[in-house]
Every structure is written in C-alpha cells, then in structure tokens.
Design a protein around this ligand. Structure first.
Ligand code: PLP
Length: 276
C-alpha cells in the first residue's frame, strides 16, 4: 500500500491505518477509483486509466494530485512486488475529511483473485438486470455521475450478489427501454455479422479502457467495430458476447439469462488482440 502524505508517495505496510474515519470516501462513497492490471511487474495500460481517473475526478469536482503523484504511488507499491504474480492495483481518490484538508490519494496492490482468472479462462454466466434509467437520461443528468468511476459501487456489488443468488456469475445492466448498458464492473462487447459492437457511452456507462484497446487493435487488424444500441435479444443472436475489464480481460459469456451460448471460436482472436 502507498499513500500520498505531505506531498510525497509513502509506502506503508498493509496493516497500517492510512485514512481517518471522517474521510468522506468512507462515509459517503464520495470519491473515485481505478483498477489497473499489473502484468510481469508492470502496468502497461496505466496511462489510459489515469486519463479516465482525471475525467472521473473532474465530474465529481475533486482536486486530483496529478499523474506524477499517481505514477509515484504505483511505483511505490510495485517496488517489492513479485513480477511472477498477476496483480490488481487499485487507485483511490476521495474528498478527504473536508474542512480544507487535502484529498486522500492511495494505491493498493493485491494478487488477482482466482475467480477472476477462472472467468477469463472458462467464461461466465450472466443475467440481465434492469437499472431503471432511460438510455438517454444520464447524459442530461450530471448529478447521476454517468461515466465516472465513483466509489459508490454498492448498487454494482448488490447486483453481483443478486446474480449469485440466481445462480449466475455476473450481470448485464439494461436501460428502462431494454437497451444493453454495461456490467457492474465491465464493458459489454458482442460480435455479430463480422463486426464487434459495444453500447454508446452517452447512455452514462463507463468508457472502458479495455474495450477501447480491443477496438483500436481490431480495426488495425481488419475487424470492423461499431458503437451500437443493442438489446438482450441482440446478445442472444450474437456470434459471441464478452465482458471486458482491465484485470479480467475478455471473459466469454457462455450463458445469458439461463440460455447456453457459444463464442464461434472468436475468443482466441480477442485475447490475442488484447495481449501485450
Ligand atoms: N464498466 C464499469 C462499471 C466498470 O467498473 C469497469 C471496470 O472497472 C468497466 C466498465 C471496464 O473498464 P476497464 O476496461 O477500463 O477496466
């Protein structure tokens, strides 16, 4: 763990307290975060996460200490990390305790959970769950913080538990009209008619760094991509569906709302495009 203290990145032992109980990130979820993959002791996609982190902070009106501090915090947690272990580095920025005190900025590093690795390798079952918002609403409602990766993930975590109660691994959220949005911690991508598709970000979903990387590399490799307002029926009809995130990579959806589905052998190409 590493924390920004008196203007410098300080490495601290895992058990050491670093945040006051008055921190508004704790009491109100008033903050933002990023989850960054650590592969071979490095963070190859840190820049894309820092760019989104800055956008999230701006949407919440939070002062971010800047990329140099985040880079120093990441370097501090990576210093004694075993490069053979795949890691999950979390960056947190909260409003801090208030009353003019600086924001809280810290980095945590832990091994990627085995369940995440299993889903990447074996795929996962998902259920579609309604989020109750019209697809065009969050673009007009900045107070709902669409597109920001906030610490207020209690709804996302509850959706995951609900999926588990239904015997599934994960969730695809849908809008009030039944359009596909995103997973609680992932971007939805599907392949249909020779094209890779993902939902539009003006629905208020998070702009996925993994999806952006996949689409850029797919285009360069001659695989067309499109931003598409799709329904759950479109996912059922697709050749393949994946949940994408930086740490999990591309996890193929093998079951959607209880219906088994394949990936038409496309997951291998997606993984190759995302590698490196
Ligand atoms: N959507 C949500 C709500 C997420 O929490 C995440 C992952 O953090 C993603 C999408 C995927 O983003 P990325 O590919 O940048 O990890």
């Amino acid at each position: 763990m590493a924390v920004w203290r008196d203007g410098v990145a300080v490495a601290v032992p895992a058990g050491e307290p670093v945040v006051t109980a008055f921190d508004q990130g704790l009491g109100r979820g008033d903050g933002v975060f990023e989850s960054v993959a650590v592969v071979a002791g490095r963070t190859p996609h840190l820049d894309a996460h820092l760019a989104r982190f800055a956008r999230s902070a701006a949407l919440l009106g939070l002062d971010s200490p800047g990329d140099a501090v985040w880079t120093a915090l990441v370097a501090a947690v990576l210093a004694d990390w075993d490069a053979g272990t795949e890691g999950l580095c979390r960056l947190f920025l909260t409003r801090g305790p208030g009353d003019g005190a600086p924001p809280t900025a810290l980095a945590l590093l832990a091994p990627v959970p085995p369940e995440t690795l299993r889903q990447r390798a074996e795929g996962l079952s998902v259920v579609s769950l309604g989020l109750g918002v019209p697809a065009d609403f969050r673009a007009r409602a900045p107070w709902l913080l669409g597109g920001a990766k906030t610490l207020s993930y209690a709804v996302n975590m509850a959706a995951g538990r609900h999926a588990h109660d239904l015997g599934a691994d994960d969730v695809v959220f849908t809008s009030l009209e039944g359009l596909v949005l995103e997973g609680p911690t992932s971007t939805v991508v599907w392949a249909a008619r020779g094209t890779l598709h993902t939902p539009p970000v003006d629905t208020g979903i998070l702009a996925g760094t993994t999806q952006a990387r996949l689409f850029a590399r797919a285009e360069a490799d001659g695989w067309p991509t499109a931003v598409t307002a799709g329904t759950v029926d479109d996912l059922h009809a697709a050749d393949a569906v994946w949940l994408l995130s930086g740490v999990r990579g591309a996890a193929p959806v093998h079951t959607l709302d209880g219906v088994r589905r394949g990936d038409a052998g496309l997951s291998r190409r997606v993984r190759e495009l995302l590698a490196g």
